[in-house]
Design a protein around this ligand. Structure first.
Ligand SMILES: [Zn+2]
Length: 494
């Protein structure tokens, strides 16, 4: 293919761009602006294809990270090793012919090595998920890091089935079954310390083959402590005090992926360390194992079993109960009964604001007096990416930005933009930080709830009492240099 070829491309915004010479597209691909999944077509053809098929365009942000790390034996580790394995497998698959049995053996060990290496790379990059997505002619491997999906590399389609089978074996799935969704889990030892990492696997059949998602439940349980969540000092003190209560409910709200379960686990661990007792959790799924806690995994799709488990947990005489999520009257009812009968209940609920928790429970069918009597603390949470402190770039906050974050007084304060360095894989961000709003239900609010206060009334009362909201917390984390203006704007699309 000549580099002077002209190409059009689409990046999913409904526009077609081009034509541009292939060289130019390669540059954009190398800079991470054109992804392997974007569609491209030659100017003289009407046929679209994905960028990953075009030589030079398979480059991803991952491939632009320079200098593979070399270990003591002079062997390339991490991405370099992965690259070598993929190349070896691509070469071997091509010539089909004699000596097949021997090479099949060899291939199997290479596939195992490749699968291990993919998990290793995912772990070392701090990814929460490893996606193995079959396309028409290739298999795309992507990682989700700090909530953002990034391409890692493409694999020849010829080894897709072997790779998926390997993970099926590990997670004890039926390897003969290729038409049904399946899930499973396994442990794998990863990282320099060979840490045992819990991995949840889910398979979904598609027209191009089985799509596999591996979730690394790698957040080391010992890191799940309250002071690592990113709460401000006063919020931390308030939250810790509520986890020491004998009874009542502590409810976390926020959309999916806002870090609610991490906070719940940290809260449980805090309570367990300071006030040991009998703990029981009902979760879907169990995301972290906590020593000293009886954890029950239920599939909420199995309504009968879920409700039975919920009703039965009270009979096992726990002190503290965690219900992964309150999603309907049945779970809300059990939570309320437990909270009214001398148990401390932790749970989460899908609402956008702390004030919304109360009205959501009432909408589910609970009586306002039940809610007022049991809910002690409502917490709203979001996650923002944390700036890499090695490469963040200082600048003054403009007056317009200061006004936008509700802190006009802070114009001119130094804030930071993301940079990009080795430490953060050129992302400018490393890890995430929680944004929190803590709304204690005191006597005054409880009385208003009984009297029929709605979400707006509760929110107004919180403002009158000068309780910092999510936006206030976001602004202070911007001013602390923990995150960027762009990031809190993105997170603030509430
Ligand atoms: Zn950096």
């Amino acid at each position: 293919m000549l580099d002077t070829d002209q190409w059009y491309f689409e990046i999913g915004d409904g526009q077609t761009y081009g034509p541009f010479p292939l060289d130019k597209l390669r540059k954009w691909a190398a800079a991470g602006n054109l992804m392997p999944t974007h569609r491209v077509r030659r100017a003289d053809s009407s046929e679209w294809t994905i960028a990953a098929y075009v030589p030079g365009l398979e480059l991803t942000t991952a491939d632009t990270v320079p200098a593979p790390v070399v270990d003591d034996d002079g062997e390339e580790v991490s991405r370099g090793k992965l690259g070598a394995l993929v190349q070896a497998l691509s070469r071997k698959r091509k010539p089909a012919g004699h000596g097949k049995a021997a090479s099949a053996d060899h291939q199997e060990s290479d596939i195992i090595a490749l699968c291990d290496e993919l998990l290793e790379v995912a772990y070392q990059r701090g990814a929460s998920d490893l996606h193995i997505d079959p396309e028409e002619n290739i298999t795309l491997i992507q990682l989700r890091v700090d909530g953002v999906l990034e391409p890692l590399r493409k694999l020849p389609k010829s080894i897709h089935a072997a790779v998926v089978s390997r993970y099926k074996v590990l997670s004890k799935m039926d390897i003969a079954e290729r038409r049904m969704a399946q899930d499973g889990r396994f442990f794998h030892c990863l990282g320099p310390q060979q840490r045992r990492v819990h991995i949840r696997a889910a398979i979904l059949p598609t027209t191009h083959g089985e799509r596999l998602t591996l979730r690394l439940l790698a957040v080391e349980t010992e890191l799940l402590t309250l002071n690592r969540l990113g709460m401000s000092e006063p919020a931390l003190r308030t939250f810790a005090a509520y986890t020491a209560q004998k009874q009542g409910m502590i409810l976390l709200s926020g959309p999916t992926g806002s870090g609610k379960s991490t906070t719940l686990y940290a809260a449980l661990r805090h309570r367990l360390a300071n006030h040991p007792g009998r703990f029981i959790t009902v979760e879907e799924p169990v995301e972290f194992d906590i020593v000293g806690v009886a954890q029950i995994e239920v599939d909420t799709a199995d309504k009968v079993r879920f409700d039975t488990v919920l009703r039965n947990i009270l009979r096992s005489d726990p002190d503290v109960i965690m219900i992964g999520e309150i999603r309907d009257f049945a779970s809300a009812d059990v939570a309320i009964k437990a909270a009214l009968t001398g148990h401390l209940v932790f749970s989460s609920i899908h609402t956008n604001s702390a004030a919304g928790v109360v009205t959501r429970l009432i909408d589910m069918g609970l009586e306002p007096f039940q809610v007022a009597a049991t809910v002690r603390l409502c917490v709203a949470q979001r996650l923002a990416r944390r700036l890499c402190i090695e490469c963040r770039r200082p600048r003054p906050l403009s007056a317009a930005e200061a006004a936008a974050v509700g802190r006009p007084d802070a114009a001119g304060t130094t804030v930071y933009d993301p940079g990009g360095c080795e430490q953060c894989n050129r992302r400018g961000y490393k890890g995430r930080i929680g944004l929190f709003e803590l709304l204690p239900i005191d006597e005054d609010l409880a009385r208003r709830i009984v009297d029929g206060a709605n979400e707006a009334d509760i929110a107004r009362r919180a403002r009158e009492r000068k309780i910092p909201g999510l936006r206030d917390d976001a602004a202070s984390k911007l001013l602390d240099g923990a995150t960027s203006f762009d990031e809190i704007v993105a997170v603030s699309a509430w």
